[in-house]
Design a protein around this ligand. Sequence first.
Ligand SMILES: Nc1ncnc2c1ncn2[C@@H]1O[C@H](COP(=O)(O)OP(=O)(O)OP(=O)(O)O)[C@@H](O)[C@H]1O
Ligand SMILES: [Mg+2]
Length: 382
Amino acid sequence: MQKSKNPFPVVSYLGPEYFCDRKEETKTMIEALTAGRSICLYSIRRLGKTGLIQHVLGKLARKRRYIAVYIDIYDTLDEKDFVNRICSAVLAMLEKKNDNYLKSLSRFFGKFRPKISLDPVTGQPSFELDIRTEQEVRLSLDSLVAIISEQKKNVIIALDEFQQINHYQRKTLSATLRKYIQNVQNLHFIFSGSQRQMLVEMFTSPKQALFRTTQMMPLDKINEKEYYEYIRFHFRQGLRNIPDSIIDEILSWTRIHTYYTQYLCHRLYEKTSKSVREEDLENIKNQIIKENEPMFQNYRRLLSPQQWKLLRAIGQERKVQEPTSKSFIQKYELGSHSTVRLSLKYLEEHELIYAEYENDEIKPNYYVYDLLLAKWIEDLRK
Ligand SMILES: Nc1ncnc2c1ncn2[C@@H]1O[C@H](COP(=O)(O)OP(=O)(O)OP(=O)(O)O)[C@@H](O)[C@H]1O
Ligand SMILES: [Mg+2]
């Protein structure tokens, strides 16, 4: 007999049935996109941006007037990779819709010597252009956009991990995208990523090409009550009784962060049948931290003693508003003010801590980025 499906996805989007809440965010995004506004969606890592994008694109794709395309550009290294990725994804969607894939290819891309192959796993056509110059990058994108503007439908393209374009050597892509956003009536974008500062700068600084081209959308945690109901519903659906106090404890332990909540529930669901007991939860929590311990020990080895001391101090306080203040430095014996500033910068750049601005405060609060690392550091004190 087939094992029943675990209702708490931890890798990818499994469809609306396994998607918790995000009703307001979905509505805001669909309203913006259908009114013709592009969006910039950002949050710290693993809070649910990709899931939300898939959810929204799924809803749009069900409408007759929309073609929805999802592209993750995390592993693209330059503009050429970007062009190949976006052309393959868009043309594959158009092919599904109206069967003119090959015709469009030769008509628009003949001069870039296109090579077509089929992905052996997904069966999707993938396609590679031979692009050599900056001008060819622009011309090939112009060709793609010409195909898009011929469509009778609106095309929504989600570019996930968008900050990646800042690592390309040439810096002209933003200006090209700006031109399309402004001039192509039936093309709108969702730009998304987790590097808040970088994305906010790209879309809100007057010096940047993409200035004011999108509706900015910071993503927050899932509503606690909705998450509570969702957890209870799925445990019950799987014929498991889960006491309210245990759901409270799950959400308190994960601080309602989506990925850790999903992961904890995923493991707990798998481990229990009939009734969930407190000791089951305790065991799973300890086990998860233990499984990750070698990675945390490794961080400790790779960081300088000052960096490690600062990370540990922030973890032990849970949240710190002024890590360079005299009192904090003295309490944890962190050395000079300038060393702490340098360590802070290093830890933030390496995503070991993150800064969050709460309720219009001018100074951010600093947190340990990875919740499991934060828990492990808290335990070190005991
Ligand atoms: N609303 C939701 N309900 C249930 N599960 C969700 C929801 N949103 C996201 N998830 C799940 O949580 C995990 C993390 O979400 P996701 O990958 O969307 O985060 P992300 O913000 O895109 O992360 P990253 O910044 O690393 O790209 C995934 O396994 C996803 O399936
Ligand atoms: Mg993502």
